[in-house]
Every structure is written in structure tokens, then in C-alpha cells.
Ligand binder design. Structure first.
Ligand code: ADP
Ligand code: MG
Length: 393
């Protein structure tokens, strides 16, 4: 994903005003008519069309004149809106190298004024399954107009809310710093994804810790649903940090047992294969009802005492509603099931492929704060669900 934030320095107040106008227009339009953009932006001295041309040149917008003269945001345009807001809030001052390319996200280093480095996750729901989003429009309560914006924002909001709540309950997760649009800022995890680790000092202890976390998730009413060697980070002291939460579900989910067993199975399989750990239970008959958990290492979902309501109570307080949960679950479930067949759909969206190559810059070359234009005057709109559409201040 090309994230050339150099351009950000040269964007003017009017550029951001028009970019925000397109974002607002996308609440009701897949392609926002140029006329409407002009009306929403209402630039003092006119000139919306010139600004649109500039934004298009920087690939922050996509132009579509098939039905009428209109525009929509690209991922990059959405990234810039989120980054600009975060920079204006003082969350960070520079964007650095890319840390990871997830299935549905891009992760970058960002740096704070005092030099502290954090991680920025930009959610890209719909990148690997744009068609799936399209086919699921009905689920999304007719929000066809801003499918990926809406889903990516929900994924970020959910991830942020879960990370915060889990941290408060003592789980080893990154510190959730801030969230805007599809962007989550969190502490940088020292260490590597477990998948990159070839040897451990104490594989059995690490394994027990990890299985202990799945069980503790369930005790708190939650299932990770993507609990595997890619989403578990480990440092030199073999300390574990769990990441990646947009797909978490409640233990009251109708497929809870299956998701729980699948999370456990991933860990068993990985430790068996990579570290040669042997278990009292083979992973083959895990779904069999005759598994006697007293005699195996396999944690039994039904005998875990669970605290229901974690999702509803704690997450609702964070602004992540039940409806949000339902919306994103319907989409992500499709993804989870699709992943089980491990066939990622290719994207059919041209600005996605255009953004797929990596363009990594050093932190120093990308200091943003000194060079950005004077901050935008505060402009706020509201999404349908009441979330503020903040552009900065
Ligand atoms: P996805 O949902 O797309 O799988 P992840 O949250 O799993 O995204 O992140 C993808 C990769 O980015 C991880 O495997 C890890 O290497 C890196 N990463 C993610 N979050 C952090 C973090 N807080 N600190 C350091 N690296 C991270
Ligand atoms: Mg991941």
C-alpha cells in the first residue's frame, strides 16, 4: 500500500475541506455528484472544481462520470483524513515504515513528538473481498453507498473498543491509544509474530500461557476467532501479546463452540508441528462428544464458567453498539468462513490494486507537523449512527 504522506504537507485547507465534503457526500452516494461536493464544501471564493482536480491528481479521489460527474474517496483519501485528524489532535507527528500487511489492514509505525514510536493500523475491510461486501449489501441496512468506509470504520471502532476493554481486564494486548475513522493507534509491540519464531526456550510454558489466554477470553465472554501464530506476538523474554480483534465474538454466538475449538486447534497444531510438543489429545477428534477433558490438555468450552455480557456492557460504553456488532459480524463471518477454505478473492477495485505496492519512507523524511498547512477550521458532520465526522482542529 502506497502511503506517500509527503503530499499531506502540501494539501491546503481548501483541499481538506473538499475531501471532507466528498466523505460526507458518501453517506448517501456511492459516487458523490460534483455539484453536491461544491455545495457541501461551499468554499468562500469558489474553486471546488480546481481542488477536485488536484485531489484526483494525488489519487485521493476517484472520478466517475459514467452516470453523472461524480467522485468518491480512495483508501488513500480516507487515510489522509484520518491521519490529518490524528496529527491535529497531537496523537503523533510523523509516519514511518510499514510494519505489516495484514489480510485486511496495513500497519505503519508512527512517531510522537517525544520520539515514542506507536503502531497505526489502517483497516481495509473489503480489500480481499470486495465482492463479498457487494453481495452483502442487504445485510448492511442498505448502506451500499459507503460499504468499505463504513465497514473499515466499524472494524477500527470495534478493535479499539476491545483492545481497551481487554487491557483493562489485564489481558496482554497493545495499549489502545486512539481511534479515528478506519485508523487505530496502539502501542508498538516489541517482538515478532509467533509464526516467525523457529525456537523457544520454554515451548511448553508458552503454549500453556497461550491456551490460558483463550480460556480467560471465554471466561470473560469472548472468543478471539482468529487466534493463531500470526496474531500472537512474542518477545525475547517469551512474553506474549495478542493482537487483531475485529472478528471477536461473544460466547453466546451460535457458533461459539466451533470458533473456540478452532482457536484452540490452531494453537495445538502449531505447537505440535513447530515445536514438537506432544499432547494427550490429538486434534483430530476434537469435535467428537466423547472427548474426556479431564484426561486431555484440551480445554472444554462447555465447562468454562463464563461471564456473559462483557460485550454488551463494556463495549456499548465505548460507543460500539449492538447494531455495529451485528453489522460487522455478518460481514466478517463470511470472511471467517471463506478463510477456512483459504481462498482469498482478488479485489476488483482499481484503486486497491493501484495502492498495493509498498512505498516505505524513513521517519525523518516524513515529519508532518511543521509542514502541514494551518489547521482546518473545525467542521463536523454526523454519520447516520451519530458518530462525528471530524476533520481536525
Ligand atoms: P490483520 O487484521 O490485517 O491481520 P494485524 O493486526 O494482525 O492485521 O497486523 C498485521 C501485522 O502487523 C502483524 O502480524 C504484526 O506483524 C504487525 N503488527 C500489528 N500490530 C502491531 C503492533 N501493535 N506492534 C507491532 N507490530 C504490529
Ligand atoms: Mg492478523
Amino acid at each position: 500500500m502506497k502511503l506517500n504522506v509527503d503530499v499531506l504537507r502540501y494539501l491546503s485547507k481548501d483541499d481538506f475541506r473538499v475531501l471532507t465534503a466528498v466523505e460526507m457526500g458518501m453517506r448517501n452516494h456511492e459516487i458523490v455528484p460534483a455539484e453536491l461536493i461544491d455545495r457541501i464544501a461551499s468554499l468562500k471564493h469558489g474553486g471546488t472544481y480546481k481542488v477536485l482536480k488536484n485531489l484526483l491528481r494525488h489519487k485521493l479521489l476517484h472520478h466517475d462520470s459514467s452516470k453523472y460527474d461524480g467522485f468518491r474517496l480512495t483508501y488513500l483519501g480516507y487515510d489522509f483524513l484520518a491521519i490529518k485528524t490524528m496529527v491535529n489532535r497531537g496523537v503523533f507527528t510523523a509516519v514511518g515504515r510499514q510494519l505489516g500487511v495484514g489480510k485486511e489492514s496495513d500497519i505503519f509505525e508512527v512517531q510522537q513528538e517525544d520520539g515514542t514510536v506507536l503502531a497505526m493500523k489502517l483497516h481495509r475491510l473489503g480489500r480481499t473481498s470486495f465482492r463479498a461486501v457487494k453481495s452483502k449489501r442487504d445485510y448492511l441496512r442498505h448502506r451500499s453507498s459507503y460499504n468499505w468506509l463504513y465497514l473499515s470504520r466499524l472494524a477500527a471502532l470495534k478493535e479499539f473498543a476491545f483492545m481497551k476493554a481487554l487491557e483493562e481486564h489485564g489481558f496482554p494486548v497493545p495499549n489502545a491509544v486512539d481511534c479515528n475513522r478506519h485508523c487505530v493507534i496502539m502501542s508498538l509491540v516489541q517482538g515478532y509474530p509467533l509464526v516467525q519464531v523457529k525456537q523457544l526456550q520454554n515451548p511448553a510454558t508458552v503454549f500453556e500461557n497461550i491456551i490460558g489466554i483463550v480460556v480467560r477470553f471465554a471466561e470473560h465472554g469472548l472468543i478471539h476467532c482468529d487466534f493463531n501464530e500470526f496474531n500472537i506476538m512474542i518477545d525475547d523474554d517469551e512474553k506474549i501479546t495478542v493482537i487483531d480483534f475485529p472478528q471477536m465474538v461473544s460466547v453466546s454466538h451460535r457458533n461459539a463452540q466451533m470458533y473456540f475449538d478452532r482457536d484452540v486447534e490452531c494453537i495445538f497444531k502449531f505447537f505440535k508441528k513447530r515445536f514438537n510438543l506432544s499432547f494427550q489429545e490429538t486434534t483430530n477428534d476434537i469435535y467428537g462428544s466423547d472427548v474426556d477433558t479431564d484426561e486431555t490438555d484440551w480445554p472444554c468450552f462447555s465447562s468454562i464458567p463464563k461471564t456473559a455480557g462483557f460485550l454488551d456492557k463494556e463495549l456499548a460504553a465505548s460507543g460500539f453498539t449492538r447494531n455495529d456488532q451485528d453489522d460487522i459480524e455478518k460481514f466478517i463471518e463470511g470472511g471467517i468462513e471463506k478463510d477456512a477454505n483459504s481462498e482469498d478473492e482478488e479485489t476488483d477495485d482499481e484503486d486497491v490494486s493501484e495502492l498495493n505496492d509498498t512505498n516505505v519512507k524513513s521517519l525523518n523524511s516524513l515529519r508532518l507537523v511543521e509542514q502541514v498547512e494551518p489547521s482546518l477550521s473545525k467542521q463536523e458532520g454526523e454519520y447516520e449512527d451519530g458518530q462525528k465526522c471530524e476533520t481536525g482542529d
